[in-house]
Write a protein that binds this ligand. Structure first.
Ligand code: UFG
Length: 325
């Protein structure tokens, strides 16, 4: 019988790409999503439970009805800026509700967990590319909540034998090339989809948040990684745990950084359209440079990202974007 995986947040951007990848590998997937930031259009397969991971009764029922091999958790709020002004929203959803899920897992003896962590756990880097051993000093509540969950997972491993992989993503980007799923947030705050909206004329311009950072052109540098490469990494981490592997923490990035201005130039090339920009002040909570060292997951789990340049990543995002308008 196919192994069953609970994908919490499977109607979201990264979660939906994960579900697609799992189904291709013949896993049976149950999606739990309350559609707070997810979208019905992104749901793959037909096994969707509408609800939240913080609902104790629902969690108990789910784990009683199904025998899960593992749980993958993508259902977090993830906007750095919003977390600065609404920290409790982030602590409630990202930390308290995750505790309810973990409680149910331990109670029902499900002991494999794949967690979407983030580059935001590092804060302002003292070393670039950032290795996993880098100090953990988040500069915003979003990063604090993710780090708190990582620590909770380590404690659950010591106490209950929960085996987990915490995957620290840098900037997820692009879309599945089949064009059926892609990035779809409301409101949209991420750079690449906003740049593409400006390229297609849906919005007048893109605001560049900060041109006085200590980088070559004064704009922030980020490490963009294709969403399907992220999904592949999750699958490798899942299979390693199923085969009896130990808990671990991995960065997921491309080891290459691009400034906001460079992203805009690449998007102009891909779309063939001029992208109007307005230079604005810095956005609260943004570190200047975030670039991942991802050697550990390549070495330990054999991760081989397929999308090696930003142009091809933006190309897949543009393909998806063009279908939506
Ligand atoms: N940016 C702009 N204009 C915009 C939107 C973004 O200039 O309209 C800039 C941001 O200031 C930042 C860069 O583009 O410098 C990338 O911003 P995103 O919002 O696309 O992504 P972030 O780097 O802020 O956030 C991402 C993930 C988070 C994760 C974080 C790691 O979305 O979940 O990387 O810090 F925590």
């Amino acid at each position: 019988m196919d192994k069953k995986i609970l994908v919490v947040g499977g109607a979201g951007y990264i979660g939906s790409h994960m579900v697609r990848r799992l189904m291709k590998s013949n896993y049976q997937v149950i999606i739990l999503d309350n559609l707070s930031t997810g979208n019905k259009k992104l749901i793959q397969g037909n096994q969707w439970v509408q609800g939240s991971l913080g609902e104790t009764g629902l969690m108990d029922q789910l784990f009683r009805e199904h025998t899960f091999e593992a749980v993958m958790h993508f259902a977090a709020f993830s906007q750095v800026g919003e977390s600065m002004s609404k920290p409790l929203k982030y602590y409630r959803n990202n930390l308290s509700e995750t505790m309810v899920l973990l409680d149910a897992m331990i109670h029902h003896d499900v002991k494999r967990f794949i967690f979407s962590s983030t580059a935001a756990v590092y804060g302002e880097p003292v070393e670039v590319p950032i290795p996993e051993e880098h100090p953990l000093t988040p500069t915003n509540p979003y990063g604090n909540t993710k780090l708190a969950v990582e620590r909770m997972l380590a404690d659950c491993d010591s106490a209950y034998g929960l085996k987990y992989a915490a995957l620290r993503y840098f900037n997820a980007a692009g879309a599945d090339p089949a064009g059926e799923i892609g990035e779809m947030h409301d409101p949209e705050t991420h750079l690449i989809p906003i740049v593409l909206k400006a390229a297609s004329g849906e919005i007048d311009h893109i605001r560049i948040y900060g041109t006085d950072y200590p980088t070559q052109d004064g704009t922030c540098i980020r490490d963009y990684v294709h969403v399907n490469d992220l999904a592949e990494a999750h699958l490798l981490a899942l299979n390693a745990l199923i085969e009896g592997g130990k808990s671990d923490v991995y960065n997921l990035g491309s080891s290459n950084g691009f400034s906001v201005k460079e992203v805009i130039q690449i998007a102009e090339k891909v779309t063939g359209n001029k992208i109007p920009v307005v230079e604005a002040s810095r956005r609260a909570g943004d570190p200047a440079v975030l670039i991942a060292g991802s050697e550990k997951i390549k070495r330990n789990l054999g991760w081989k990202p397929q999308y090696k340049d930003l142009e091809s990543i933006v190309q897949t995002a543009w393909q998806w974007h063009s279908k939506q308008t």
